[in-house]
Ligand binder design. Sequence first.
Ligand code: MD3
Ligand code: FE
Length: 216
Amino acid sequence: MNDLLDGARDSAAYLEPIAEGATLLRGFAVPAAATLLAAIESVVQAAPFRHMATPGGRRMSVAMTNCGRGGWVTDHRGYRYTAADPLTQRPWPALPAVFFDLAARAASTVGFAGFAPDACLINRYRPGARLTLHQDRDERDFKAPIVSVSLGLPAVFLFGGVQRRDRPRRIRMESGDVAVWGGPARLAYHGIAPLVDGNHPLTGRCRINLTLRKAL
Ligand code: MD3
Ligand code: FE
């Protein structure tokens, strides 16, 4: 077995380069998936999924919550990171160690040593939910990579260039796939095509994505 993928232990994980600075670690989170989902459940008990509003007043089709020192929020005032959940006024739940460790191992596997995420956005997609093409630029510094973990139903990930007009590629993401986006790929436009209905043994009729960032 590829010892670069030691972190994935016995699973059949492999690396798939997407672009300079962007790599897919297929199956990397398969061994941890059940543990990740249990941790997600406990986060969601303290900070429930909700549909946030865009600054323009549209309800997002993706339901979101957060854990970590900072949580990404959007409302009529704009996009930002907050220390407290606006719904409960309480600090976001702590970042579970299993999230931190998985993200740090994935990042170091592809050359980003020392990645220490302090924010995790948890996105829940039900059939039809989508994320339009955007850049992640609400973080303080763009030197750190972003690590994303897909769980449950598959999705078509749209990966564009650093300019909005660059035509996006379509990449299928499956449960347990992890992606690391850094370096020249950090400000690439990306999105998720409308989720196709299905039933997944781990999550039922939904997809859950963890986005781990160094935001603060
Ligand atoms: C590529 N979430 O919450 S994470 C988001 O599946 C978001 O829920 C998606 O995009 C989801 O902002 C995909 C994958 C991702 C995250 C950051 C990136 C891809 C990226 C930054 C640059 C390029
Ligand atoms: Fe994004």
